[in-house]
Design a protein. Structure first.
Length: 142
């Protein structure tokens, strides 16, 4: 069950749970609120690269998702969080178990926001650290 305290975050959590990428990868939103989020991802053999470890793109998707959802807690519902730039350091490989990402917004300006995320394995070992810049935009006008 997702921990989301405000009505805004509860609505956002419901939308995230319905997201196609979350369903495709099996990502689970664990907590959400006040510029922070926590997302878990069970490791699946389909995510392995040639050497048998989780592909870096899967880890990057988790980092992007953690920081993006953290930003969405700070803007009105319907706003879009669009990735502008991402830097990611991979620190250790993962073959099985679970990845847990925790994201937080470090700075939010008028349109741009900077966030960071840490990804750990099921034992708590730091697997990756990321820094992501986003642009927050209002919903498109129809």
């Amino acid at each position: 069950m997702t921990e989301a305290k405000t009505p805004h975050d509860q609505t956002l959590a419901a939308r995230i749970h319905d997201s196609a990428i979350y369903k495709l990868l099996g990502m689970r939103l664990e907590s959400l609120g006040a510029g922070q989020s926590r997302i878990s991802l069970p490791v699946d053999a389909r995510f392995h690269q040639l050497q048998g470890a989780v592909h870096g793109g899967i880890t990057a998707t988790l980092v992007d998702s953690c920081v993006g959802t953290a930003l969405l807690t700070l803007v009105p519902l319907g706003y879009r969080a669009l990735t502008v730039e991402m830097k990611l350091n991979y620190l250790a490989p993962v073959v099985e178990g679970e990845l847990v990402g925790e994201g937080r917004i470090v700075h939010k300006g008028g349109r741009l926001a900077l966030g960071e995320a840490e990804v750990r394995d099921g034992t708590g070992q730091l697997i990756a650290k990321g820094l992501v810049t986003y642009m927050a935009l209002p919903p498109p006008k129809d």
